[in-house]
Design a protein around this ligand. Structure first.
Ligand SMILES: [Zn+2]
Length: 376
């Protein structure tokens, strides 16, 4: 899958999908010492997962003074800004950059919202805002693929999965590289912070551009399934009227992922009825899905009976397929980010990008973690 990523020529590019907001050059971020953005202070505190009193202590300010800065009632002196920045692990000029885009809180939903701590939810929503910032910056230097994700709310997950395959001309063969496919369709993908042990992945749409955060702490097979699951949300729930409950939406996204990665029409030609365990393991390698997902799909299509599905699941668990993926695939990488940060002659450096965003390189590296190799 080739990505239509074109070096340079952004500012006026006719089909640049969105307005370019910041005029900050990449290497020389604007510094207006008189300006201070309370929303950026809040972002940084959410990201650090510190309480107000923890930050006040770390930056040697009073809790009430900090509340005043956060609520925009007072502006901290430059020396205080330095201490806040140091405590928060960001660069001081971060506070004086343009306001971060607002993201509708409902736009970011979590698979197990009830089990996701508020602290993690706030930090993850902050990551969503930073993702928009990161890709706005990249779009100043590269022409990234325009979004081409169909909106199919109201369709069944299976029909929607078939329609997306049709629209993207995928036939009914296995998808070689889910991540590159989604990137080529304009979905921006970043790595989910491994601190959020209670979040698997999440997606949102901002200004018509879809974004996915995916956990790279899992097997390659599960990462592909998570990407397909989030694609399901983007396709089925982008105009969500909230009439479907969150449990139902999760089931729909799971069913979409299953049908999208393993189309029924081809599986029916593969002689999978009452498939033996070894046959399931071969098939899961062919479809590049987990053995558990393969067995589930066969059961769902009526090719494995209830009893057989249960004994298969028990056997797969014994062989280590519930907690991992023995002899699994190499996890997919981001071709888009690789090109942006490595491959092209005038690639971006992590240092310059982090400076332009006002964050430390380590924070940026977390967003790119495992998606590109050997980030410098
Ligand atoms: Zn979900």
């Amino acid at each position: 899958m080739t990505l239509s990523i074109i070096q340079g020529g952004l500012a006026g590019a006719q089909d640049a999908p969105r307005t370019i907001r910041s005029k900050t050059p990449l290497t020389t971020p604007s510094r207006k010492a008189t300006e201070f953005s309370p929303s950026r202070l809040l972002w940084a505190r959410d990201h650090s997962m510190m309480t107000r009193s923890e930050l006040a202590h770390a930056a040697n300010v009073s809790v009430s003074a900090l509340a005043g800065y956060e609520q925009g009632r007072t502006v901290p002196a430059p020396a205080t800004q330095e201490r806040l920045a140091e405590a928060l692990g960001i660069q001081t000029h971060f506070f004086s950059l343009e306001e971060l885009d607002e993201i509708c809180p409902e736009a970011v939903s979590f698979r197990k919202a009830s089990k996701t701590s508020k602290k993690h939810q706030r930090a993850a929503r902050g990551d969503a805002r930073m993702a928009v910032e990161i890709f706005h910056l990249l779009e100043k230097h590269f022409k990234l693929p325009s979004p081409q994700v169909p909106s199919l709310s109201g369709f069944t997950p299976t029909d929607a999965a078939e329609l997306v395959r049709e629209e993207w001309h995928l036939g009914d063969r296995p998808i070689t590289d889910m991540m590159s496919l989604l990137e080529s369709k304009g979905i921006r993908i970043l790595s989910l912070d491994h601190r959020y042990t209670d979040v698997d992945a999440f997606c949102f749409t901002q200004d018509t551009t879809p974004y996915i955060f995916v956990s790279t702490a899992k097997s390659g097979e599960r990462q592909r399934f998570d990407l397909a699951h989030e694609l399901g949300h983007l396709v089925l729930h982008s105009d969500d009227d909230e009439s479907t409950g969150s449990k139902e939406r999760e089931k729909e996204a799971q069913d979409f992922a299953s049908a999208f990665l393993m189309p029924a029409s081809r599986i029916y030609t593969q002689n999978m009825r009452n498939a033996h365990i070894q046959r399931i393991i071969e098939a899961k390698a062919y479809w590049r899905v987990s053995a558990m997902a393969m067995a589930y799909r066969l059961h769902d299509l009526g090719l494995l009976g209830d009893w057989q599905y249960r004994t298969t699941a028990v056997e797969l668990t014994k062989r280590g397929y519930r907690t991992g993926e023995p002899d699994g695939i190499i996890p997919e990488r981001s071709q888009l980010l690789h090109k942006v940060f490595h491959a092209l002659d005038k690639h971006l450096t992590i240092r310059d990008t982090a400076n332009a965003l006002g964050i430390q390189r380590d924070i940026l590296r977390v967003y790119l973690r495992d998606l590109t190799i050997g980030i410098i």
